[in-house]
Design a protein around this ligand. Sequence first.
Ligand code: ZN
Length: 176
Amino acid sequence: MNSQSNKIALKTGAINRRHQRSRKEESEFGKAGKEFIICPECDSVFFDKAWHHRLEEEKNAHLKIDRKIKFELCPACKMARDKLFEGELVISIKNKELSVKNNVLNTVKNSDKQARERDPMDRILRTEEKADGIHVFTSENQLAVRIGKKLKSSFGGSKLQIKHGGEDITRVYIEI
Ligand SMILES: [Zn+2]
């Protein structure tokens, strides 16, 4: 048994020991909204009115003891499933050197990682390569702006355009 499954077994044990509460108590906990929601897709965890990384849940495991645990897709995974987005960044690469494209893709990937570390709901949902460039769809409109600005500062001579459209969608265009 590896250390991960050991940890899970211990945690389950703790929950079971506490599982002798009455039904009334159970429903009162439910009413208080004291529940943990775990996203089965990305493993993010909801508690205290916000989504957290699984790691933060481990640190706050003591809070979990009296709460119900539900499995439900988080808002970002729901957006990805429904092909929704708040930000769209279109990267058009005029410089055809392969290293430029690789650097662009690495910058995009790192920005996604940094955003997720700050907030698990702030992320790139998907990327698509189309005739006019690489389309990057984000769960939060400011992330598309941030990645656009990061690319602009990384690639000299690039042109950036930010358009705040209707429906709360921000579109960012960059030519590198
Ligand atoms: Zn999720």
